[in-house]
Design a protein around this ligand. Structure first.
Ligand code: SF4
Length: 713
């Protein structure tokens, strides 16, 4: 009897024992694992069980987050009615009153200060339909140029680097099933074992097949333990380390000249730049010995296939764009792209980090990866939306710059959907001051998040169990997530809320949608001919299969592996870029002598607004912590498990100190899933990458000190 049969049989038995079975999809990361939620009434209470569903990407695996995702969706703290601030409290109001209140406030603020005085702030976990509609809502219903989203803090460096190098940005250039065919894999600033655990078996399989895995990370993680080689690079020095590897490859003639000549531009400039660099200097500045760099470079250049995966560790830097570009240089120099087991992947963190960045939530973007500054693109989208080109606003500013404009009182009202910027924004004390200066703040959320607590009006939105729509995984594979249950209380879907507000503002003809599918059908047309072309994808198709974009026509199979023959630039060639040996803009100094880097833990997601409300997940990591090398801890008089103050030039927090012999002695690590006095983004650095406007979250200078326990005095 096959394992598959046995698994299917057991699954059916378990399903039969429950009264209700709901097929759904995990909302917590871009692997988008599918699952079935089983419900049974026992006495007066309901009990639940989660079973993974077998599909192509996660292969019937679920991590701890997916297994407990329903706990927040069914949580008693869900907001079930619109709520208006009255003094220091919120009072329940009707939807009619809420919509009228929005119209009154937005209209008055825009009349006095111009359309751009109202901003819109979205999220990378919205469905494709809702992300698309939010972009249209900002430009057509509110006529403002100010829209951006929290994905700016997640994927913008990888997105801009891929667009510039390859002419197209799609998370992974290959199918994840190709990972086991790769002979050398670089995992740079990514902790897949804790952030996307269901992908880990692909890497384990690659190892079994003989792959050599190289991990770049200032600290030891479950992912670096899988690697054959761990380069414990100094925080923020990844671009220089790649320059060192490029130098070895060029010096030893290990580059793929025929690939370079046929398929790329700009190699001579790169070569000249790399020849001018000194390997010993790079070794000194990165903290990686020359021999280690040589070994890593030779493995990557001589493997018959090779892949590079980057994530926020190397992307959330003040030169994140250039750093990713240098990893792409490494791929191009070795010809490791466009073939089985060779390519690049940006490991997307947010639930719909890929789809959410394609259809117009970004300040400079229109649906289908069109540009808001390109005359032809503006013309096309204006026509789809039924407005004149003159009516379509221009380019706005990035997420952090929007916060600055709020603080400067240029943006006076804000509509937030699916985001918690008070916890996710670097220099979060400024974000709090900025939100407090707003004349009117609307937050659409499931919970009274740290941000929602500052709102004038909170609108209740649906959870992943209730909201139907499409999502796009890190490979660019589009999937349809059906609603598994109806909305509780007076909760409405995000897309319904956008249509309702637009109607109240007199724009109903532009927002006539009665279902997510109707919105998707408009999105298909809006993306037609764009780089992220969804035209050939329909709900009917998605009932039976997951489809890769670009998919320009109904019969088109979609493109799984990209760049097999040519790149997406007009001449079909990829572009090299020379990258300097960048150093992080903020360096440790006498006042703040340590590097701080931040990241995730396995049981929590982003700002923790959902996972902190899941009892099973919260119990695993109930509070924040600071990982610190014992020698460093002793130097700063910090006891293991005691409370520690972590402070930068911007602010401070308190967290539990945990000794960790595997972390660099000059570096401490704090996760970013908690708010208020444990919100590490009060400490992180807000300077922006000049190209993609990603803030430099991952590297800043801090000092630490024990928190005095007053009860002992
Ligand atoms: Fe899958 Fe990611 Fe959800 Fe874990 S968090 S179950 S890996 S989608």
């Amino acid at each position: 009897m096959s394992n598959n049969f046995l698994q299917h049989f057991r699954h059916q038995q378990q399903e039969a024992a429950y009264e209700k079975a709901m097929d759904t999809q995990c909302p917590f990361c871009s692997v988008q694992c599918t699952m079935q939620l089983l419900e049974q009434r026992e006495g007066g209470r309901k009990k639940y069980k989660v079973l993974p569903l077998k599909e192509t990407v996660s292969e019937a695996r679920l991590c701890i987050k997916g297994r407990n995702a329903h706990q927040h969706a069914l949580h008693r703290e869900r907001i079930l009615h619109p709520m208006k601030r009255v003094g220091r409290h919120f009072e329940q109001i009707s939807w009619d009153d809420a919509l009228h209140f929005i119209k009154e406030q937005f209209t008055s603020i825009q009349k006095q200060n111009g359309n751009d005085a109202v901003g819109v702030y979205g999220g990378g976990s919205l469905t494709n339909e809702e992300a698309y509609l939010l972009g249209k809502f900002a430009r057509v219903a509110l006529k403002t140029k100010h829209i951006d989203y929290n994905g700016r803090y997640c994927m913008s460096a990888a997105a801009s680097a891929m667009s510039e190098a390859f002419g197209l940005d799609r998370g992974i250039t290959n199918l994840v099933q190709e990972i086991p065919y790769s002979r050398c894999i670089i995992l740079a600033g990514t902790n897949i074992a804790e952030c996307q655990p269901t992908l880990l078996p692909y890497f384990q399989k690659a190892k079994e097949n003989g792959a050599f895995i190289i991990a770049l990370d200032p600290r030891e993680t479950l992912t670096t333990k899988l690697a054959d080689m761990h380069l414990k690079v100094k925080p923020g020095m990844d671009a220089a380390l790649v320059n060192g590897m490029l130098k070895v490859i060029l010096d030893q003639n290990l580059y793929d000249l025929s690939f370079i000549e046929e398929r790329t531009n700009g190699f001579e400039e790169l070569k000249e730049h790399i020849e001018s660099l000194d390997l010993n200097e790079i070794a000194a500045s990165t903290g990686i010995q020359r021999e280690q760099m040589e070994r890593a470079a030779v493995h990557f250049a001589t493997g018959s296939t090779g892949m590079v995966f980057t994530a926020r560790g190397v992307e959330q830097q003040t030169h994140g764009h250039a750093t990713v570009r240098n990893f792409l240089n490494l791929i191009l120099v070795t010809g490791n792209i466009g073939k089985l087991g060779s390519g690049y992947g940006a490991v997307t963190g947010q639930g719909n980090g890929q789809g959410g960045r394609e259809h117009g939530q970004k300040a400079d973007q229109l649906p289908g990866y069109r540009s808001i500054e390109h005359p032809e693109h503006r013309k096309y989208i204006s026509k789809v939306w039924g407005i004149t080109e003159e009516e379509l606003p221009g380019k706005g500013v990035s997420a952090y710059e929007m916060i600055e404009k709020m603080d400067a009182e240029e943006i006076k009202a804000l509509f937030i959907m699916g985001s918690n910027p008070l916890v996710s924004t670097p220099n979060a004390n400024l974000a709090e001051s900025a939100l407090k200066k707003l004349k009117f703040l609307v937050v659409v959320d499931m919970f009274l998040s740290e941000t929602a607590k500052h709102a004038d009006l909170v609108l209740p939105s649906s959870s992943y169990l209730e909201d139907e729509g499409t999502m796009t995984n890190m490979e660019g594979r589009v999937t349809l997530r059906k609603a598994a249950r109806s909305c509780p209380g007076e909760v409405r879907h995000d897309w319904q809320i956008l249509c309702d507000v637009a109607a109240q503002l007199g724009k109903k003809t532009y927002f006539p949608f009665q279902s997510a599918e109707e919105i998707f059908n408009e999105l298909r047309v809006a993306s037609k001919g764009g780089k992220a072309d969804y035209y050939g994808i329909t709900y009917k198709r998605l009932e039976k299969e997951r489809v890769f974009w670009p998919c320009p026509a109904p019969g088109h199979p979609g493109e799984g592996r990209l760049f097999t023959e040519s790149f997406a630039h007009e001449d079909g060639k990829a572009k090299f870029l020379t990258v300097a040996n960048h150093k992080p803009k903020e360096q440790p100094n006498r006042q703040f002598p340590l590097y701080l880097t931040t990241g995730r833990v396995m049981s929590h997601y982003l700002t923790g607004a959902q996972t902190r409300r899941s009892p099973a997940l919260a119990a695993r990591e109930i509070e924040s912590f600071i990982r610190i090398h014992p020698s460093t801890a002793k130097a700063f008089h910090v006891q293991n498990h005691s409370l520690v103050k972590v402070e930068s030039a911007r602010g401070s927090i308190q967290a539990r100190g945990l000794y960790d012999e595997s972390i660099r002695e000059d570096t401490v690590f704090v996760p970013f899933h908690w708010g208020d006095e444990q919100n590490i983004n009060k400490v992180t650095y807000h300077a922006l990458d000049p190209v993609c406007k990603m803030p430099g979250f991952k590297v800043c200078a801090v000092r630490i000190a024990p928190v005095v326990d007053l009860s002992r005095n």
